[in-house]
Ligand binder design. Structure first.
Ligand SMILES: Nc1ncnc2c1ncn2[C@@H]1O[C@H](COP(=O)(O)OS(=O)(=O)O)[C@@H](OP(=O)(O)O)[C@H]1O
Length: 441
């Protein structure tokens, strides 16, 4: 994660700088990638001075979103593996330089294209490795930095979509070339799916998730290293848990209310019930009958009081609390709620789920699946052979502080959530289901 905490000023990113310095190894091309001319990205929802209200007004119901990514012009055939001018021979992209790991993206080209794909998370879920792997493909170009955080940083968001485009390679002349960024906070942000679905109606999204306990530990050690948290792992856990449980116990929320930033009016609870496999959901919750699935709202206008949480109220309250504390270190590991929020605005066919452990275990196979999802040609043997340890991103699991975390205490908290995630994957992500290794087991 680089600059994932949006309050962190550039100069306070020692980890990021260390990463950049340590990894400034690969060669050429990056500067070339930053140059070029504009791209055909049919964004019918034209957004200039983006703000949330405007994004809300163009947010589409998921069924209306086209599924195609980077259509080729009729006379522009993608090169074959053999004839491919962009096939890397003995040169690899030089995105592992200081710019790549800089919080503030600098050196913007004059013009660029909207991204074709986003790696949207999760924080500490192997997103840096995944992004790095993708950049080894000869038909993929990096953004000016891996993490732009455009849709979640109010300051940059106000600069408009034109500013955002400048962070990307211009793919107009070579529409088979894809470009994208990887901001791990997008997946958990309540505003990101609303804004992104409106601004990038054709983009595809990859999310790398990781065992929730390990993700929590990695965040703790990472925060410790950056002086964002100074106390023990146990107190970090207690603090995070108390925040959610205080909400569950005391807050007495209006259970009919979605987050104000979510224009479709659904709550995380009603969305979960709408999207997850009903039998697995009932099994996870220990209930025989959850009652009828609530209807989706007809309008994407903000409709408060739209959905009820009448059944299984404790779960409903929990989802409400998790939604409000989406930056909470435990909530960041509750992937099921983050995904159902995305599913309200983006069809599952445009979202690819990766489990980091599976990716680490068989990187080439995972990468080929991602290439297929993004409609890229397969990675060549050369590209596959150049994956580097450098793609790990910042690494904390060997830090003694990681060993101080009592994983056995944390694990029970995620059992229900992992089961709910399984119920969601079973219903919405048939491709991911093929390779899914449940964290609930
Ligand atoms: N190949 C491989 N094998 C094992 N572990 C790996 C690998 N690649 C990345 N990683 C681990 O992923 C963690 C960093 O995740 P992110 O890049 O998403 O972090 S960030 O949100 O961008 O800061 C970070 O985890 P921790 O070491 O536990 O902190 C990396 O070590």
């Amino acid at each position: 994660m680089v600059g994932e905490e949006t309050t962190m000023p550039t100069q306070e990113a020692p980890t990021a700088r260390r990463k950049g310095a340590a990894l400034a190894a690969a060669t050429l091309l990056a500067a070339t990638f930053m140059l070029g001319a504009g791209m055909t990205f049919n964004n019918s929802a034209r957004i200039n001075a983006l703000d949330l209200e405007e994004a809300d007004s163009v947010a589409r119901p998921i069924n209306e979103s086209p599924l195609v990514v980077t259509p080729l012009e009729p006379d522009q055939e993608a090169p074959t593996q053999e004839s491919d001018p962009l096939r890397t021979q003995d040169v690899l992209p030089n995105f592992y330089n200081d710019t790549f790991f800089t919080y503030e993206c600098s050196r913007l080209p004059k013009q660029g294209s909207l991204p074709n794909f986003l790696v949207i998370g999760v924080h500490k879920g192997g997103s840096t490795a995944l992004y790095g792997y993708l950049m080894q493909h000869g038909h993929v170009r990096p953004a000016t930095c891996k993490e732009i955080h455009f849709f979640t940083n109010e300051e940059t968001y106000k600069r408009g979509i034109g500013y955002y485009k400048k962070h990307f390679h211009d793919t107009k002349a070579t529409p088979w070339v894809l470009t994208g960024e990887g901001s791990p906070d997008y997946v958990r942000s309540p505003v990101a799916p609303v804004r992104i679905s409106a601004a990038l109606p054709r983009a595809k999204f990859v999310v790398s998730m990781r065992n929730p306990v390990e993700r929590f530990v990695s965040q703790y050690v990472g925060f410790l290293e950056r002086n964002l948290y100074l106390d023990s792992c146990a107190s970090y856990w207690t603090m995070s848990r108390d925040e959610i449980e205080t909400c569950e116990r005391d807050y007495k929320p209006d259970l009919h209310q979605s987050l104000p930033s979510e224009p479709d009016g659904m709550t995380a609870w009603s969305a979960l019930r709408a999207f997850a496999d009903p039998a697995l959901l009932a099994q996870a919750l220990g209930e025989a009958d959850l009652g009828p699935v609530p209807p989706r709202p007809k309008s994407t206008k903000l409709t408060r009081h739209h959905q009820t949480c009448a059944t299984n109220e404790p779960q409903c309250v929990r989802r409400y609390c998790l939604g409000h504390f989406h930056d909470n270190a435990i909530a960041r590991s509750i992937y099921v709620d983050q995904l159902v929020r995305w599913l309200r605005f983006v069809p599952p066919s445009r979202i690819m789920l990766i489990q980091a452990e599976v990716m680490y275990k068989d990187t080439p196979a995972t990468l080929q699946r991602i290439a297929s999802f993004l409609e890229l040609r397969p990675f060549s043997a050369f590209e596959l052979s150049h994956f580097s340890e450098a793609f790990r991103g910042s690494s904390h699991h060997t830090d003694p502080a990681a060993a101080s975390c009592d994983r056995e205490t944390f694990a029970p908290y995620f059992v229900l959530e992992n089961n709910l995630l399984d119920a969601l994957v079973a219903a919405q992500f048939p491709a991911a289901r093929l390779h899914w290794v449940s964290w609930a087991a």
